[in-house]
Design a protein around this ligand. Structure first.
Ligand code: SF4
Ligand code: SF4
Length: 438
């Protein structure tokens, strides 16, 4: 056993309001410079939808992450199989259409507007050329278009559904969406770092945050296609790449990262996870259906005396162990098994985990009865978001781990309702919690 510690996060999707406060504070703090307009270290996507950059999950189009071939991991970088081939080929980068032409507004139009006219409008103009433009994309264009069925229908995860199921999900009377906040995952097996020919990207030993040292960046841009989550960005103005740095200067002075601090829905949790480096390396090579379980197997119980002894041998101090023992992330991910990794099949072992959305259940079930928590999963019509769609996002297609997480969430919801609304009996709520292993 080789014990390591990692700073990790959980985002609780049922609580996200889609307010974009997190994105805006991050942008104000780190990327509000010329040339970094397209850099959204934190963005929030409306799902079903195409995300940002559009269709980033489609690895045929954007490439990235690791591919398992003959039991070995190979970096997926464009159409070429190996990083050395890529050095002599331009990397496959998101285009200007993907990351949009940055625009601003001609605010002078407002000041000089005809006072007799209602609703004076500031025209959008290119932030680069100053010429009037018709903005064609943005960091959450799906949302800007009010849940456009066209964008929703292009979501690659809908491929996991039957045509009827897909049509039902997108039908107007059943229209449902949720918000997916995304940052760099500070992966255990970061493809961005593996792809960088200059060695500019590295994982900090003390907390596992993946940082990009700009002074070492030579503008190769290999990290951009290599990251399957498209969370590295290149500045054409500076000739350097950039990525989320986990707000480490704030962490080092005792503050939470800006996006956590500002989160209106209080959906974000941060804490320490202990893991076995050997088991994590095996997890990155696990078959798709075993990925989430293998990932969990690599996590270590900080209250286990054997783990504590190994951690001490590995040089981890008592303060790190104490932080792991009180870590909400450890509870959500390892203990309660409520939070799941985003697209584990990219095999970077991402360290941001998501509590999948149970969403409001339908008020009236297909048979006319009012839904109760324990038959939610027996009656898929009561669930607004199909399990298979969530399994495509959070479990490499393994529906069981999603069902288990939703079952546990339904039990917690029943527990709360027993104490507040009173429409579930305390005995039923206790039984559901027990069945969910909570
Ligand atoms: Fe690197 Fe972050 Fe992408 Fe992981 S999510 S590969 S750490 S940029
Ligand atoms: Fe969601 Fe919090 Fe971001 Fe608002 S600030 S969009 S609630 S993650």
């Amino acid at each position: 056993m080789e014990v390591r510690a990692q700073l990790a996060s959980v985002f609780h999707l049922d609580k996200c309001l889609g307010c974009h406060t997190c994105s805006v504070v991050c942008k104000n703090l780190w990327t509000d410079r010329k040339g970094s307009e397209h850099m959204w270290w934190n963005n929030v996507e409306t799902r079903p939808g195409t995300g940002y950059p559009p269709l980033w999950e489609d690895q045929q189009r954007h490439h990235g992450g690791w591919v398992l071939a003959g039991g070995e991991l190979r970096l997926r970088l464009g159409s070429r199989p190996h990083v050395l081939d890529q050095l002599f080929q331009p990397p496959t980068l998101p285009t200007l259409d993907d990351q949009y032409e940055p625009w601003t507004y001609r605010y002078g139009d407002l000041l000089g507007a005809d006072p007799t006219k209602d609703l004076p409008t500031a025209r959008p103009v290119s932030a680069i050329t100053g010429r009037p433009i018709d903005p064609s994309a943005g960091p959450n264009w799906d949302d800007d278009l009010g849940g456009s069925a066209v964008h929703a229908a292009a979501d690659p995860n809908l491929a996991a559904l039957d045509p009827d199921e897909r049509q039902a999900l997108l039908a107007f009377d059943r229209l449902v969406f949720f918000h997916l906040p995304r940052t760099c995952n500070h992966c255990l097996n970061p493809a961005c770092a593996a792809a960088c020919p200059s060695g500019a990207i590295y994982k900090r030993g003390e907390d596992g945050i993946v940082v990009l040292a700009k002074e070492r960046c030579r503008g190769w841009r290999m990290c951009v296609p290599a990251c399957p989550y498209k969370k590295t960005f290149h500045s054409w103005l500076e000739g350097k790449s950039e990525k989320c740095i986990g707000c480490y200067p704030r962490l080092e002075s005792g503050d939470a990262p800006a996006c956590f601090h500002a989160c209106t829905g209080r959906i974000r949790y941060q804490g320490v996870l202990l893991y076995d480096a050997d088991a994590a390396a095996r997890a990155a090579r696990a078959p798709d259906e075993r990925l989430v379980d293998a990932f969990r197997d690599a996590l270590l119980d900080p209250a286990d005396p054997d783990v504590a002894a190994e951690a001490a041998r590995a040089g981890l101090g008592e303060a790190v162990l104490a932080a792991a023992r009180r870590s909400p992330v450890d509870r959500f991910v390892r203990d309660w098994e409520l939070a799941l990794p985003l697209h584990p099949e990219f095999r970077t072992l991402p360290m941001v985990f998501y509590v999948p959305p149970l969403s409001p259940v339908r008020a009236v079930r297909s048979d006319g009865a009012r839904p109760v928590s324990d038959d939610l999963l027996a009656d898929p019509a009561a669930l607004r978001i199909p399990i298979r769609y969530l399994a495509s996002l959070f479990a490499a297609g393994n529906e069981r781990v999603v069902v288990d997480a939703l079952q546990a969430l339904a039990a917690v919801r029943a527990h709360r309702r027993a104490r507040t609304a009173g429409d579930v009996t305390a005995a039923d709520a206790a039984r559901l919690l027990l069945e969910a292993g909570l």
